[in-house]
Design a protein around this ligand. Structure first.
Ligand code: ATR
Length: 283
């Protein structure tokens, strides 16, 4: 038995707000199912106190943390080692706090999205035409892993087109390497339909309509909202009304947590089982 399984290592999720986070329950279940001994807590961090919060957690003996809104963009600056995914996204959601005091940053959001679409929903991304709506932090975090999953084309549609263009520019080398086409447009200018439509905007939170025309959907398209719960409902209803297969982001949440767990513990948890359990017991 590995010595680390004999002690109860400390992990947390840091954010503001963080009370709603389902990460503690997900990681506790992963630990139970894999026989890993760990504690995973919630840490509400002052908006101007992220670096101090991480230092305090290291002083407590913390081994790793997940970072959520609004600190994902601050996290890379604290790290001595950033993964390629962090460099591409400019944001991190997983910090590994090493025994020598160094901090390693990774971003598992995009891996979580790809895993949920391909493994849990059973929709292939290889060769797919994808519409990614939004160009904020959520979109930035998943663009690289979508390209690496072998998609053929991604249209990035955003209200502020300049932000979509900036993401296209920062990912153009990877797109060329993957032989994928990347295009930035305003939502109204999008033409044709897509295999997969991903909503990475906060429009439903604002109570606004989905910002792309329904012609982007065709029967059987996968329409995916990166949010879950009531925040995703407007998008899911819209997608279903137009014959698409609608899916919320609960699976992405579980799969990004599973990737973080695997980075920290070297063990892959049974994420599909935990997702099923969560769906049976809504928050
Ligand atoms: P996140 O980290 O969740 O992505 P963000 O960086 O604030 O948050 O980005 C929010 C995204 O939702 C952006 O793409 C934003 O569009 P702009 O870049 O034009 O601001 C998009 N968004 C927010 N409210 C929207 C609305 N009512 N209609 C359309 N897009 C909206």
């Amino acid at each position: 038995m590995n010595s680390s399984t004999l002690t109860s290592d400390l992990y947390c999720v840091m954010g503001n707000p963080v009370a709603h986070s389902r990460s503690p329950a997900i990681h506790a279940r992963f630990a139970e199912l894999t026989g890993q001994h760990l504690r995973y807590e919630r840490r509400l961090i002052a908006l101007d106190g992220f670096a101090q919060g991480v230092r305090d957690f290291i002083a407590e003996g913390g081994r790793g943390c997940n970072i959520t809104v609004p600190f994902k963009f601050e996290a890379p600056a604290l790290a001595s080692v950033c993964s390629e995914r962090v460099r591409l996204a400019g944001a991190a959601n997983t910090l590994s706090l090493q025994p020598d005091g160094s901090i390693h940053a990774d971003n598992t959001d995009g891996l979580g999205l790809v895993a949920d679409i391909t493994r849990n929903a059973g929709v292939p991304l290889q060769g797919a035409r994808v519409l990614l709506v939004g160009a904020g932090g959520a979109a930035a975090g998943v663009l690289g892993p979508l390209l690496q999953a072998g998609v053929r084309h991604i249209t990035l549609a955003n209200r502020t087109v300049a932000k979509a263009e900036a993401l296209v520019a920062s990912h153009s080398a990877l797109a060329a390497l993957q032989k994928a086409e990347l295009l930035a447009l305003s939502p109204q200018a999008v033409e044709g339909d897509f295999d997969v439509i991903i909503n990475a905007t906060a429009s439903s939170l604002a109570g606004d309509a989905v910002p792309v025309p329904a012609s982007v959907l065709r029967p059987g398209s996968l329409a995916y909202d990166m949010m879950y719960g009531p925040a995703a409902q407007g998008f899911l209803d819209w997608a279903q009304a137009h014959g698409a297969v609608a899916r919320d982001g609960l699976g992405m949440l579980v799969e990004q947590a599973a990737e973080a767990f695997a980075i920290w513990r070297g063990v892959r948890p049974p994420s599909a089982q935990v997702l099923e359990e969560l769906r049976r017991t809504p928050h």
